[in-house]
Design a protein. Structure first.
Length: 156
């Protein structure tokens, strides 16, 4: 008997792109590349410098992990877990998020933390066979991510 898998739209999706300061730092590669080639030919130096800067920024954005909640799964980067194995998510911002990312970070949790992103969602794992006791995920909109996880956990 053949089955057809229906792909549903994502309930939540966010790319954890680099912060502005990381992009500015990558853009510094452009004048550095141009300076290397400037003694040879200024036109070539400007073209190569611009290409290097654009390529560096594009690679940083392209390699940024994606957080996605869909089809009863929570994906964070390359990892995923079925939503029914997760407990109640907690959205944190400000000082609470800083503590969750720093001094209060659980070494047994699975982490997807990105610098420059203030919010964090902490989700306990209720699967007794899973070695990770929680997932700690950076998010620019932690309240929306937590709501999407709650929705994915609920029978609908």
């Amino acid at each position: 008997m053949a089955t057809t898998r229906v792909q549903t739209a994502a309930v939540y999706q966010e790319r954890l792109g680099p912060s502005l300061w990381v992009i500015v730092s990558a853009a510094v590669l452009a004048p550095m590349a141009a300076l290397v080639l400037a003694p040879i030919d200024t036109t070539v130096a400007l073209i190569v410098g611009a290409a290097v800067g654009i390529l560096a920024i594009a690679v940083l954005v392209w390699l940024s992990p994606v957080v996605r909640v869909s089809d009863g799964r929570v994906r964070a980067g390359r990892a995923w877990i079925a939503a029914h194995f997760l407990g109640e998510p907690v959205a944190l911002t400000g000082e609470d998020a800083r503590l969750a990312r720093g001094p209060g970070l659980d070494a047994t949790a699975w982490h997807l933390i990105r610098g420059g992103i203030d919010g964090v969602v902490v989700v306990p794992v209720v699967d007794p066979d899973d070695p990770a006791r929680a997932w700690v995920i950076s998010s620019r909109t932690p309240d929306r991510l937590a709501a999407a996880i709650r929705y994915a956990r609920s029978p609908h």
